[in-house]
Structures are given as structure tokens and as C-alpha cells.
Design a protein around this ligand. Structure first.
Ligand code: FES
Length: 83
């Protein structure tokens, strides 16, 4: 099973920390590297809805992650994989 991570690279997310997230693949622990597909996306549509939470946003298997950071995404990926 692969985990699909979509990183929002829309302007707001990018400015709010998404730039660092674009480097997620390089920060993945070796054990996760072949289990994760990382993709960038134009604005995923959460930033204009205050109830969605705070940018930067990412999606892990379609699940919204707000205030994403590299560490947060790695722990969410592990959770998704059950490890
Ligand atoms: S710029 Fe990321 S949700 Fe809009």
C-alpha cells in the first residue's frame, strides 16, 4: 500500500510554510521512502474557508492536514501505514 501525500503549493500555503513541505521526500526516513508518493498541487481550496483550519495544508490519502509541517506529515504517514 502506498500513501499519497498532496502538498498544496498555492500562494498562501507556500508562504505559510508550504515551501519547506515541498522538500518532504528528502526528509522521509528510509523505511518510508518507497511507501509514499509525494505530489504538489495548486491551491487545494481550503485557504478561503476559515473553518478548514490554518495553512499550510496537505492531504494524506485524501485526508486534510492543516498547519502541516514535515514532522507532522511524517507522523501522519506512519499512522496511515499503521507503523
Ligand atoms: S493555497 Fe493552499 S489551500 Fe489554497
Amino acid at each position: 500500500m502506498k500513501v499519497e501525500v498532496i502538498i498544496c503549493s498555492g500562494t498562501l500555503c507556500y508562504l505559510m510554510g508550504g515551501a519547506e513541505l515541498q522538500l518532504l521526500s528528502e526528509h522521509l526516513p528510509p523505511a518510508l521512502k518507497d511507501k509514499v508518493i509525494v505530489k504538489g498541487s495548486p491551491c487545494v481550496g481550503f485557504c478561503d474557508k476559515p473553518e478548514s483550519g490554518k495553512p499550510p495544508f496537505a492531504l494524506i490519502n485524501g485526508r486534510k492536514i492543516q498547519q502541516a509541517s514535515v514532522d507532522k506529515l511524517i507522523s501522519e504517514i506512519k499512522q496511515e501505514l499503521g507503523i
